[in-house]
Design a protein. Structure first.
Length: 397
């Protein structure tokens, strides 16, 4: 009998997408579903970016350089300089989304059986990348009560073993929206130097810090050999389908190793690199507008959530996600119930159960992640649904 590999069996399903069949069924019944489960912005991809692709003139859609088009990498150098990151074009490898950047980093820097420490809750797909690379995720729990701040550095240090090779952070954080402070980043710097670890920093939401300025891992001094940035245009320019990211490090040995993986997959998408180049030429005030829009959405969703009985939502400092603790005993069951059995004025909402963002069994059972990627009117309608749903759900217990 044919068998599936252990890797295939261990590969986790996406906790963000697993409820899709229930949402599709609800829509077929005529129920409007507000999607707060996934970070797909409703803000239009800039016309200038789309036009660059539409008006491209070439006779052959050819492979690019395996590291990405030099013209794009040179533009990225200017972009990063604008946010205080000094790199050269040969320190950037363009990837197929931020996902490939993460995967390349795990494959190049760790052997099967090695360990990576990640503050939880964390971006659920880190689990999948780790399984594919044969790497063990070691979680360190952060808590909703203090807004999911970096766990005490002593707790992180306790998790370090001879197999530990890296610490992974997402800053601003998905799913919590937390922005790591300069002090927290300096604490991580001390740890990676002490134990000779890599620091992987996922900076997909760099532009969306609402009260503070993002502190990049590449703003830290004296750790050039340790720091690896994973980046993407997906959220920054509302271009999730472009699948263009970047792997950035000043460590030459890591770059050489990653380049071999990049060559094996030949090249990143050509059309999306054209889009990426055009995006860097957007007006300087582009992010002012989008950032203000996300901030207004954040303020509304946090206010609405905290106004509900027995609901708590810390104010996220960045990205476009909020984590909320609800008066429920099983987030997975509740989120499925919302789609299967509940509607209010012909509407319901789709949330992401927080259990999928934790690695420690049993955590996140009362928490959900909400992506505030819808307009203010839709957020209000979705919160009306949630408020009614909690009353109805708990009355049936």
């Amino acid at each position: 009998m044919l068998a599936i590999s252990h890797r295939g069996l261990e590969m986790p399903a996406s906790p963000i997408r697993k409820l899709v069949p229930y949402a599709e069924a609800a829509k077929k019944r005529g129920t409007k579903v507000y999607h707060l489960n996934i970070g797909q912005p409703d803000i239009e991809t800039p016309k200038m970016v789309l036009d660059a692709v539409r008006h491209s003139e070439f006779t052959i859609l050819a492979y690019s350089h395996s590291a990405g088009n030099e013209s794009y990498r040179e533009k990225l150098v200017k972009y990063y300089a604008g946010v205080g990151i000094q790199v050269t074009a040969d320190q950037i490898i363009v990837t197929t989304g931020g996902s490939e950047a993460i995967q390349f980093g795990f494959l190049a820097c760790m052997d099967s059986g090695d360990e990576v420490i990640i503050p939880e809750p964390f971006y659920a797909n880190y689990n999948g990348f780790a399984v594919a690379a044969g790497v063990k995720v070691v979680p360190v729990t952060s808590h909703i009560e203090n807004g999911f701040a970096l766990p005490p550095i002593e707790e992180i240090e306790k998790k370090i073993t001879p197999r530990t090779k890296a610490i992974v952070i997402c800053n601003p954080n998905n799913p919590t929206g937390y922005c790591y402070s300069r002090e927290e980043m300096e604490q991580l710097k001390t740890l990676i130097l002490k134990y000779q670890l890599y620091l992987f920093s996922d900076e997909a939401y760099r532009e969306f810090c609402y009260e503070e300025t993002q502190v990049s891992a590449m703003h830290l001094s004296g750790v050039d050999e340790h720091v690896i940035i994973m980046d993407t245009i997906s959220k920054r320019y509302s271009a999730c389908g472009g699948r263009i990211g970047a792997f950035i490090t000043k460590n030459k040995s890591v770059l050489e190793a990653v380049m071999k993986f990049a060559q094996a997959r030949l090249s990143p998408p050509s059309f999306a690199q054209i889009a990426g180049e055009a995006a860097i030429d957007l007006p300087a005030d582009y992010f002012d507008t989008t950032k203000a829009e996300y901030k207004s959405r954040r303020d509304l969703i946090v206010q609405r959530l905290n106004a509900m009985e027995n609901v708590y939502c810390p104010n996220p400092g960045g990205a476009f996600y909020a984590m909320a603790k609800l008066p429920i005993d099983d987030a997975d069951k509740f989120c499925q119930w919302l789609l299967e059995s509940f509607s209010y004025e012909g509407q319901t909402l789709m949330l992401a159960p927080a259990t999928g963002f934790y690695s420690t069994p049993g955590l996140g059972k009362q928490e959900v992640r909400l992506a505030y990627v819808l307009n203010l009117n839709d957020i209000n309608n979705a919160m009306n649904c949630l408020e009614k749903a909690l009353i109805e759900y708990n009355s049936k217990k």
